[in-house]
Design a protein around this ligand. Sequence first.
Ligand code: FES
Length: 164
Amino acid sequence: MSTENKNSEKNITRRDFLGISWAAMTALLGAEAAGLMFRYIQPVNTGGFGGIVRAGKVDDFQRGSITLNQAGRFYVVRMEDGSFLAIWQKCTHLGCSVPFVEAEDQFHCPCHGSLYNRNGDVMGGPAPRPLDFFPVEIKDGEVFVDTGNPKQRTKYDPSQTTKA
Ligand code: FES
């Protein structure tokens, strides 16, 4: 084999290597772009706090009930008229998690004693405003709560609820 032939084989090998590398990089970029596109076209996050949370089926909530959604950090209040109110669990005083105390029929903050009625209005203690609420949407018989969009209020108003 002549020296010229050896060089020619080396050049072809190098060219092949560059071609394969280029193809591999292009395939990787394509896969990454496809992955990003796939994530982009996925339905809205229906996971935990900070996104849209699927709270359950409309019929899972009895009228007059208050149900804690642990993952979403909110209470679903099913009003007597059947509409829904989603209340953030976070105390508006200094941010403690506020439990609903069945025996008292109110939210009672364990930290400094703020009291809120079933709609989240302040009934006592140092809380400066009612518990914040989240927008609720009903789709295909299911309740979705937008925990990325808390709303402050000065008092409860039926306009804060969503009809089923
Ligand atoms: S944090 Fe709830 S009363 Fe202070």
